[in-house]
Design a protein around this ligand. Structure first.
Ligand code: P5A
Ligand code: ZN
Length: 480
């Protein structure tokens, strides 16, 4: 058995750990002179690119088409859906001037794009043959967040992938919601991130939605982070923007819509789920560099060793691996290990004179830091299987951690206790009444994530607060 890699700092000083890692692993520089804005650094941007490519591939495979809509929303559009404007107007950045001239109608920088699609769907959708319409875009959005901002996790300018769909029937919109949930499962499974899927309570759904399904992960400090949402919009926006289609029988009906979003938090989720005291750990699937080859020079053999390393890298690249050699002269091998471990490179290959003599290399896995030797001729197949094993074990470890920190209780006192200890997610029986739900939030001083979407098991027993017969389970947690 390998020794566990230390996760003391990751667990006990998670906030600081996360902030430090973003700078030291060159992911994001958050020191921009506007609060809530940050710079994706080249290495972080590569990770971001790979993560967004993953979601693009998944959406493309399910018939969604990528498009690009404008950034500005006339106030008149934003105001059309009553709930939506109520939820978002206080969060908008407003453009009030064109040059020196005050604008007649203010423009909002998009906080999300439902009201940008509205007028266009009105123009585009005529007949049932125009449906379903499944679009997505990857853009930055702006929200004047009033809660404490945090790099990547709560920004005022952040990037997200937003999907928007329109359908002929309520059933088709419902099926689309299911498809989006499956897509997000696939996405987070590939990232080896564990999640709970919950139907948000009425008082916490997306502004303008009929209902909201959210993916939450658990951070090492016992707080949850919402990392993705799928919303059923019903006909709310269709009515506001007059988006109708003609049915085969000649009558007209409003379309049924959904939307779904994943932001930079999708990237943060990977860093958070797998981090340790050495840095981040990237699943090979999204790692900008999958294999780093480090020469171990010995006396006058330096040149031979470097040459061998470059040869190995060339071979690995040809075989489709993202491999690099670190042949920097003024840096010791130890410092190189530290450098690449911090940045989460999945596998390190060390090659020294003895390895060359034996026609071998030493392989080190980033997640466990375990070492092994491998014959040169077996290198490619061993790397492939090592990456698969690593991915599988990272996923399993993340799920084990989440399950270990999920608790079932029917006692309010115990729920309070668990929450105050930051133990994780608490699941308890609930009567289903909104007022009672909000009282539970107050009583335990935490938020209700919602009702489990994965299983529909009816709880026996009584509501944790009011004692009436329970209708569902609710999840409770301290949230980011
Ligand atoms: C779905 C996409 C929407 O905006 N409209 C289009 C829907 N949903 S949402 O839940 O309000 O946001 C989508 C995702 O963005 C993340 N998110 C954030 N990420 C970083 N900083 C923020 N301030 C921030 N606010 C929301 C959430 O993870 C959410 O899933
Ligand atoms: Zn109750």
């Amino acid at each position: 058995m390998a020794k566990e890699v230390s996760r003391e700092r990751w667990r006990n000083e998670f906030g600081e750990w996360f902030r430090d890692i973003l700078i030291s692993a060159e992911i994001m520089d958050y020191r921009y002179p506007i609060k809530g804005c940050g710079v994706w650094l080249p290495y972080g941007f590569q990770i971001r690119k790979n993560v967004f490519q993953l979601i693009r591939n998944i959406l493309d495979a399910t018939g969604h088409k990528e498009a690009l809509f404008p950034l500005l929303i006339p106030e008149t559009s934003l105001a059309k859906e009553a709930e939506h404007v109520r939820g978002f107007e206080a969060q908008c950045f407003w453009v009030t001037h064109g040059g020196q001239k005050p604008l007649k109608i203010r423009y909002a920088l998009r906080p999300t794009s439902e009201t940008i699609l509205g007028p266009m769907l009105h123009l585009w959708i005529r007949a049932h043959t125009d449906l379903p319409l499944k679009l997505y875009q990857v853009v930055t959005v702006f929200r004047y967040e009033t809660k404490a901002t945090r790099p990547i996790l709560r920004m005022r300018e952040f990037d997200f992938k937003e999907a928007h769909t329109a359908h002929a029937t309520a059933e088709e919109a419902e099926a689309e919601v299911k498809e989006e949930i499956e897509n997000y499962r696939k996405f987070f499974d590939e990232l080896c991130v564990a999640y709970k899927i919950s139907r948000r309570p009425e008082w916490d759904k997306f502004a303008g939605a009929v209902y909201t399904i959210a993916f939450d992960m658990l951070c090492p400090d016992g707080r949850t982070l919402q990392i993705g949402t799928v919303h059923n919009l019903g006909q709310n926006f269709a009515k506001a923007f007059d988006v109708t289609y003609e049915k085969p029988d000649g009558t007209h009906e409003y379309v049924w819509q959904t939307c779904a979003g994943i932001s930079g938090r999708g990237i943060a989720s990977v860093l958070i789920a797998h981090g340790d005291d050495h840095g981040i750990v990237l699943p090979p699937r999204i790692a900008p560099i999958q294999i780093i080859v480090v020469p171990i020079p010995y006396k006058e053999k330096g040149e031979t060793v470097n040459k061998k390393c470059l040869e190995v890298v060339a071979k690995l690249k040809k075989a489709g691996f993202r491999a690099e050699a670190d042949t920097r002269e003024d840096v010791t091998p130890g410092a190189k290990y530290y450098h690449w471990e911090l940045r989460g490179v999945p596998i390190r290959i060390e090659i020294g004179p003895r390895d060359i003599e034996n026609n071998e290399a030493t392989l080190v896995r980033r997640d466990t830091l375990t070492r092994e030797t491998c014959k040169m001729e077996a290198l490619e197949s061993r790397l492939r299987s090592l990456m698969e094993t690593m991915t599988r074990e990272m996923r399993r470890k993340a799920w084990e951690w989440l399950e270990k920190h999920t608790f079932q209780t029917s006692s309010l006192e115990e729920a309070k206790q668990l929450i105050s200890e930051r133990a994780g997610i608490v699941e308890a029986p609930w009567c289903g009444d909104s007022e009672c739900g909000q009282q539970i939030e107050e009583a335990v001083d935490a938020r209700i994530l919602g009702v489990p979407e994965e299983t529909q098991t009816k709880p026996k027993g009584k509501c944790i607060l009011c004692g009436k017969p329970a209708k569902t389970i609710i999840r409770i947690a301290i949230t980011y």
